[in-house]
Design a binder for this molecule. Sequence first.
Ligand code: MG
Length: 462
Amino acid sequence: MKNRIKYSVLIFVISIYVQSLAVEKSNSHAPNFIIIFADDMGYGDIGVFGHPTIKTPSLDRLAFEGQKWTNFYVAASVCTPSRAGLLTGRLPIRSGMCSEKRRVLFPDSNGGLPEKEITMATALKEAGYATACIGKWHLGHHPQYLPTSHGFDYYFGIPYSNDMDRVGGGNYWEACSNPEIDYFNVPLMRNNEIVERPVNQITITKRYTEEAVKFIHQNKEKPFFIYLAHSMPHVPLFRSEEFENKSLRGIYGDVIEELDWSVGELIKTLKVTGLEKNTIVVFTSDNGPWLEFKTDGGSAGLLSGGKGGTYEGGMREPTIFWCPEIIKPGVIAELGTTMDLLPTFLKLANVSLPSDRVYDGFNIYPVLSGKGESPRDVVFYYRGTEVYAVRKGEFKAHFITQAEYGSDVKRFHDPPLLFNLNIDPSEKFNVANNHPEVIDAINQTLEQHLKTIIPVENQLEK
Ligand code: MG
């Protein structure tokens, strides 16, 4: 009898231990992260952000199940500095990744994201994450600057913009408007090797998606970080055969609808692998729509301006956060930026933020979890190395304005143009005369900020 009791107690203890192991396994690691970064998609280009004819059921669903952020910004209004800001959590001025002379890196550039910058991938990799960069890099194409030198275990993609290395098709505008694959001799890389040139851009969205799906399957047992930076909808526009002439919005709509399909494939993969409860998916774009390309460019919806400028359309992006177990569904009008992703993700991964440098990002997990407010109250709108505008709370002051592209000169404003973005998101009605105290407060904020900027070597002019 005694032995039987002893035996039962032993079995009970073992079963508790086994159960606890199982629980430990299912919660055994910090969340996975997937950042889906579109290129030149506007604030108004997806269904849930108001587009009347582009169909984006997967993104719409993510927004309903997750958080739709309506005041979410990027670090700059063009590709290279915007990407530097996202991956480092720091304004591009701090890494030398913006310039007055060249707005982005080009195939003849010799610079790139400096080695001493700590990317989100580097920090997460040190914490045991498997890391992949799939898609457009545009932070330097020489070996020392490639994703594999910045914390990514794996790279598959085009190292800069898909409209570069132009070798045919007439002038630049003609080639982009009526594109053929071989007009753009851009390389496709796997890790540090070129595997295709020119890249067949028709299948690029599909192939990026397949790579991401494969990476999820390969790494389902350990934490992972995927930075999926699509080359589309940056001109020249290409889409797979299945999406040709499908959208009422024309070729630009076809391209967005294929990106939406891609999002759906990733979510499907997370569900099949049982990872949907522990994977945070973020969708946003690197900058606003390229308006010069007319119907081949996107739309910023009710926002003014587009890519290249410091009006809202250039830097406010359609942003969605999704993870049913972690993120409380809702529409969020608080302020956030792509630079906030690094501190937020590191916190969730239990990695401390390096203390030897200035960060411009904040941990926005309190908002994601529905337990608190955004710590962010200010957004700086840099163009090149200069601050053109500052948002503080609901007000935005433009100190300098200038057309996005072309030969327009800088227009200085003293007092600055002042808009209340909650009431007037289209920036139509200047209220500077009614709010001198707001302008004083913004001036002080800008003054304090500029004191934190230390000159560094410019990477875009090398
Ligand atoms: Mg872009």
